[in-house]
Design a protein around this ligand. Structure first.
Ligand code: CMC
Length: 429
C-alpha cells in the first residue's frame, strides 16, 4: 500500500482517492468511498478493470506471461514440485516441511472414500450426464453428509472440509465416468499417491490388475499443478462471491465447478478437442477453420485461443505444449489432432485478426491433446481441470474469510422503463 492518492473531478467537486500498490507494483485506485462522497458508481461490465480484493495467493502479469503461486514461479513448481505440495502451498501459504506434508497427505488419503449412499445418487443420474453436472451435484450434496463441518468461521471444521474435498473430488469425478460406461465403482487404493489413485479409480476394474503408467501419472500431476490457481478468474470469483454470503465450503465449490464448466472458461478444453476432431472429420483445412473463427457474427471461436489477462503468451501453455510432445513420444502415440493443432497455432499466430486482438494459445489448447492421448474421454477433460483448480478455489475462499470482507454485491445502472402503473388485465393491449 502507498500513501499516494488520485484526484477525481466530478461536477463541481474534487475528491481524493487512495492508490493501492501491490507487492509486484500493480496499482489500483480505491473507489470505496466514491458513492458516499459523490453519488456516482463506476461501470465496468465484465470487471476487466476492477480489483475485487487484494490477495496473497497468485500473481499474474499478463503482459509478460508471468505466473507465480505464493511468489514461486510456475516453471519452478512444474519442474520440481508435486500437485499436493502445490495444493498445500496455495492453501497454507508456504511449501510444507516433511512433517506437515506427511500429515497433509495421510489425512487426504484417509478421506478418499465416498459414502456408500452416493452409489444410489449416481444411479439416479442418466448415463450420459455430463461429469461436471455430476461433480457439482455430488460436491453440493457433501454438505448433507457432513453437517458437522459447515461453519466457515470454525478453523477445525474448515480444515476437515478442505481435506475431505481434496480427497473426494477425484473419486467423485471418476465415479461420474464409471457410471457413464456402466462399470463398477472402484474403491480408492490408499497405497497409491494422489494421481495414481485417480488413475486407478478411472481405469481399473475389479477383474484385472491395474498398473499406473508413470509417464501418464507424471503428465497428469503436471497438468494439475498448472491448473491449480489463476487468481480472480470467473470460477474463483464465483467461489468468493458465493462464499461471501458465509455459505459452507461445499456449496461455494459446487458453484465454482459450475462456473468452470462454461466453454469460455474450463469447458474450452473439451471444445478444443471437439474442434480439432470436427476439422479432421469434415476434411477442413486449418486455414479454412481460422477464417471461420474470425466471423464477425462471433458464432465460432478458435477454442483454446485468447485470454482476458494474457496478452503476450500463456506460460502454462508453453509448459503444456512441451509436455504434450513428450507424452506423445513416450507413449508412441501418432495423433492427427496434434498435427491440426500445430497448424492452427502457426496460422493464427501470423494472422492479423489474432495479432491485433492479442489472441494467443491458452492453457486449454494442448491439454486436451494429452488427456486424449492417455485415453481420457472428452467429457472428463473439464472435470480434470476442476480437480486441478480445487486448491486454488479453496485458497481463495479461505483467504476471503481470513481477510475482512463484505458480502459481494455489485450495483447497476437501471436503464428500464420508468413511471408505469399497474393496469388491469382487461385493459391491457
Ligand atoms: N477466436 C476468435 N476470436 C476471438 C477469440 C477466439 N478464441 N477470443 C476472442 N476473440 C475476439 C472477440 O470476438 C473480440 O473481437 P471483437 O473485438 O472484434 O469483437 C475480441 O477478440 C475480444 O474478445 P472478448 O471476448 O471481448 O475478450 P475477453 O478477454 O473478454 O475473453 C476469452 C477472453 C478467453 C473468453 C476469449 O478469448 C475466448 O472466448 N476464447 C476462446 C475460449 C477459451 O479458449 N477459453 C479458455 C480461456 S483460458 C482457461 C480458462 O480461463 O479457463
Amino acid at each position: 500500500m502507498a500513501d499516494k492518492t488520485a484526484q477525481l473531478r466530478l461536477d463541481d467537486q474534487t475528491i481524493e482517492l487512495p492508490i493501492v500498490v501491490g507487492s509486484e507494483g500493480e496499482r489500483a485506485v480505491d473507489i470505496t468511498s466514491l458513492r458516499s462522497k459523490t453519488g456516482y458508481i463506476t461501470m465496468d461490465p465484465g470487471y476487466a478493470n476492477t480489483g475485487s480484493c487484494t490477495s496473497r495467493i497468485t500473481f499474474v502479469d499478463g503482459e509478460n506471461g508471468v505466473l507465480h503461486y505464493r511468489g514461486i514461479p510456475i516453471d519452478d513448481l512444474a519442474d520440481k514440485g508435486s500437485f499436493l505440495e502445490t495444493a498445500y502451498l496455495l492453501i497454507y501459504g508456504k511449501l510444507p516441511n516433511k512433517d506437515q506434508f506427511n500429515y497433509f497427505t495421510e489425512s487426504i488419503s484417509r478421506h478418499t472414500m465416498l459414502h456408500e449412499d452416493f452409489k444410489a445418487f449416481y444411479g439416479a443420474l442418466p448415463k450420459d450426464a455430463h461429469p461436471m453436472a455430476a461433480c457439482s451435484a455430488v460436491v453440493g450434496a457433501l454438505a448433507t453428509f457432513y453437517p458437522d463441518s459447515l461453519d466457515p468461521r470454525d478453523p477445525r471444521q474448515v480444515e476437515i472440509s478442505v481435506h475431505r474435498l481434496l480427497a473426494k473430488l477425484p473419486t467423485i469425478a471418476a465415479y461420474a465416468y464409471k457410471h457413464s460406461i456402466g462399470q463398477p465403482f472402484m474403491y480408492p487404493d490408499n497405497r497409491l499417491d494422489y494421481v495414481g489413485n485417480f488413475l486407478h479409480l478411472m481405469f481399473a476394474t475389479p477383474c484385472e490388475d491395474f498398473e499406473v503408467d508413470p509417464v501418464v501419472k507424471k503428465a497428469i500431476d503436471l497438468l494439475l499443478i498448472l491448473h491449480a490457481d489463476h487468481e480472480q478468474n470467473c470460477s474463483a470469483s464465483t467461489v468468493r462471491l458465493v462464499g461471501s454470503s458465509h455459505v459452507n465450503l461445499f456449496a461455494a465449490i459446487a458453484a465454482g465447478i459450475n462456473a468452470l464448466w462454461g466453454s469460455r472458461h474450463g469447458g474450452a478444453n473439451q471444445e478444443v478437442i471437439e474442434m480439432l476432431a470436427a476439422i479432421r472429420d469434415e476434411g477442413l483445412t486449418a486455414s479454412e477453420f481460422v477464417e471461420r473463427a474470425k466471423s464477425s457474427d462471433d458464432t465460432s471461436r478458435l477454442m483454446g485461443f485468447g485470454h482476458r489477462v494474457y496478452k503476450n503468451f500463456d506460460p502454462r501453455m508453453t509448459i503444456i505444449k512441451k509436455a504434450c510432445f513428450d507424452v506423445l513420444e513416450k507413449l508412441g502415440v501418432q495423433n492427427k489432432l496434434v498435427e491440426i493443432a500445430v497448424e492452427l497455432e502457426e496460422i493464427a499466430l501470423k494472422d492479423d485478426y489474432f495479432v491485433e486482438r492479442k489472441l494467443y494459445p491458452n492453457v486449454d489448447f494442448y491439454s486436451g491433446v494429452i488427456y486424449n492421448a492417455i485415453g481420457t474421454p472428452m467429457n472428463m477433460f473439464t472435470a480434470m481441470f476442476a480437480i486441478g483448480r480445487l486448491p486454488g478455489w479453496i485458497a481463495q475462499w479461505v483467504e476471503m474469510h481470513q481477510d475482512k470482507h463484505k458480502i459481494y454485491r455489485p450495483r447497476q445502472i437501471y436503464v428500464g422503463e420508468t413511471g408505469r402503473r399497474y393496469v388491469d388485465i382487461a385493459e391491457r393491449d
